[in-house]
Ligand binder design. Structure first.
Ligand code: 9MR
Length: 604
């Protein structure tokens, strides 16, 4: 008999009422896999492992040293609570008291987990890999083997240096006349598994990374990322965000043109390409029905640019004054243009070949941009726009339909976070009120975590496209609540959010490539299509999948019957499942933020 089985038997003998249940397997178990954070737990963090069971009974658990199989801790898991999102009745082992670094296995009932670690450094490499995602997604530059390893590839879409506006009839039958100018929009990051480049999604992605820099300036210093700019003397994280910022700046309508200062909503192909596919070096941009074009300017894109360039201007002031000045000038031009053109809500043009990112509600974008501009400039007009916005007093993320405080189309919380975090001219009681809003949102997430069997901050009815990024954005809110209160429950909520993503979930699956034993391997991605024999590598480590989608819409997911599964199981690790298994910049950015935050709190 294995040593741990003896230990369980002894525990059962001493535990009296548990004894009868230890020796017999429970036929009612629905999914006999122990769900743990497959990478590991921070020493001071809560540590839970779960087992789904249909029965109403207590079971024993034991934590084993993975090498010796000796029992380190043991206890009883009470009859499980129902997890609304998966339908599982979840038995939970709580081994939070174990803090010694090591490699362990959790035995729950008679089922063994995969091995995992307890250690202060469990997120150290992940935070770096998560940020390297952005270098590996660069457009318009060769990814050299020295920096990219097996994810090296030639430069893609060099022909974005001469793009003009979409001309023709879109999928909705609307005729567009194009424009009389070309822009050089080479560079930037590809959005996701597709080759589109979208300002609205770039906005929250850059903001999140720049905000991480403002919160933790030392997290990614020069030389930490092995990117071409490493050694520049500037923090690598800012070299990476600048790559995207230069592209964003190029999307602003030039002076002298209609709607000068507005920002084109997006740039993408006129037809969707297939998978697998390397980004082509060039495409013929003005051939009818093919190539790539700029979509019309939108107010949402313009305000996204205003917000992140305002943030850029203050961050770069001491590092590169000329670049900071360019950012500030673009920000103020964009703000003015958005005021002059407040109702351009285009997105779904031409309706094929690229994502929509259409955003028809703009009060949140105005508030966010005003907040960033005010912090940077101190000008009264921005202050007034902040104070008069409905979002100045409204708790972000608390409406019934919200899965998270922020996402690409809901950006008010970004303004609130900057105002609550950074020095500015708000009165003390106003800052306290904004912090109170963030803390209230965090309390809401803790309440959901406390009622869900797998302890995730997602309301069971709100598993939207990219639900994993909602978990991560909620974790940012929890982290800030910890910053503002010093109360451990918020920090615990941050750590447990990563537990969910790294395997402590209904699928016992790590949604982050390369991290864990059973991990995402087949993202919806044209180049990382995981066909090595054909030259398409697996995903690089540290990419987070969109995750369970309550309304899966791609044929692969639908044919697999995903719509019949419980929401938390509507996920498929298949390349065709773009509605559950894509990767994208606005989902990896909060992964960087959260892992860097937790790692920084562990000290070096
Ligand atoms: O993240 C976006 C999600 O909120 C939308 O519901 C979905 C459908 O419009 O689009 C998602 O964004 C995709 C974009 O349109 C194209 N590139 C890949 C993005 C992630 O799937």
């Amino acid at each position: 008999m294995k040593r741990w089985l003896w230990a369980l038997a002894l525990l059962a003998l001493s535990g009296g009422k548990v004894m009868a249940q230890v020796s017999t397997a429970d036929a009612q178990h629905v999914n006999r896999v122990v769900s743990v954070n497959q990478v590991g737990y921070l020493p001071g963090a809560p540590k839970y492992g779960m087992l789904a069971a249909a029965g109403e009974r207590a079971v024993t658990w034991a934590l084993l040293d993975a090498a010796t199989q000796s029992v380190v801790a043991a206890g009883v898991a009470e009859p499980g609570r129902r997890d609304a999102a998966s339908g599982d009745r979840v038995l939970t082992a709580d081994f939070s008291d174990v803090t010694a670094p090591g490699t362990y296995i959790l035995v729950l009932d008679d089922v063994q987990s995969v091995p995992f670690r307890i250690g202060a450094d469990v997120y150290r490499q992940l935070k770096t890999d998560a940020l390297r995602y952005f270098y590996l997604s660069r457009s318009g530059i060769e990814l050299e083997p020295a920096f990219a390893g097996r994810w090296a590839r030639p430069a893609g879409h060099l022909s974005d240096d001469a793009v003009t506006c979409f001309r023709g009839v879109d999928a909705q039958g609307t005729r567009w006349d194009g424009c009389d100018y070309m822009v050089n929009a080479r560079g930037g990051w590809y959005d996701a598994g597709d080759f589109g480049k979208y300002v609205v999604n770039a906005g929250i992605s850059v903001w999140t990374l720049q905000n991480l820099y403002e919160r933790l300036p030392d997290a990614f210093g020069d030389g930490t990322l092995n990117i071409p700019e490493s050694g520049s003397g500037r923090p690598d994280i800012l070299d990476e965000t600048r790559w995207e910022m230069e592209w964003l700046l190029s999307m602003q309508v030039p002076d002298g043109q209609p709607q000068a200062g507005m920002v084109h909503h997006k740039l993408h192909d006129e037809r969707w390409g297939g998978i697998p596919e390397l980004p082509p070096a060039t495409v013929e941009n003005r051939s009818p029905g093919a190539g790539r074009s700029l979509m019309p300017p939108s107010t949402a894109a313009t305000l996204n640019l205003a917000a992140v360039t305002a943030q850029c201007a203050r961050i770069w002031r001491t590092l590169d004054a000329a670049f900071a000045a360019r950012c500030l000038q673009a920000a103020e031009r964009a703000w003015q243009a958005a005021h002059d053109n407040p109702i351009f809500k285009y997105g779904n043009i031409p309706g094929q070949g690229g994502g929509n990112y259409d955003d028809a509600y703009l009060d949140d974008e105005f508030y966010w941009a005003a907040a960033e501009l005010w912090i940077t400039t101190g000008k009264a007009s921005y202050r007034d726009a902040v104070r008069s916005s409905p979002f100045f007093t409204r708790t972000p993320g608390q409406e019934a339909h919200d899965a998270a405080a922020m996402n690409w189309g809901n950006v008010a919380a970004l303004g609130t976070i900057s105002l609550a975090l950074l020095p500015n001219e708000l009165a003390g009681d106003e800052i306290a009120a904004l912090r109170g809003q963030i803390i209230a949102a965090a309390d809401g997430y803790l309440a959901i975590m406390g009622s869900e069997g797998y302890r995730v901050s997602l309301h069971p009815d709100r598993y939207y496209w990219g639900s994993n990024s909602d978990v991560l954005n909620n974790a940012i809110i929890l982290a800030l609540a910890y910053d503002f209160t010093d109360e451990a429950r918020y920090l615990n909520g941050v750590a447990e959010s990563l537990d969910y993503l790294l395997g402590r979930n209904a699928l016992a699956f790590s949604f982050i490539s390369g991290y864990g034993t059973t991990t995402m391997q087949h993202p919806h991605h044209r180049f990382w299509a995981n066909l090595p024999a054909q030259g398409y590598p697996p995903p690089p480590p540290g990419a987070v999948a969109g995750g369970p989608n309550g309304s899966p819409s791609d044929p692969t997911a639908l044919e697999a019957g995903l719509s019949d599964a419980a929401p938390a199981r509507r996920y498929l690790d298949e390349v065709g499942s773009w509605s559950t298994n894509e990767v994208t910049i606005n989902w990896n950015a909060p992964l960087v933020w959260v892992t860097a935050y937790l790692d920084a709190l562990q000290g070096k």
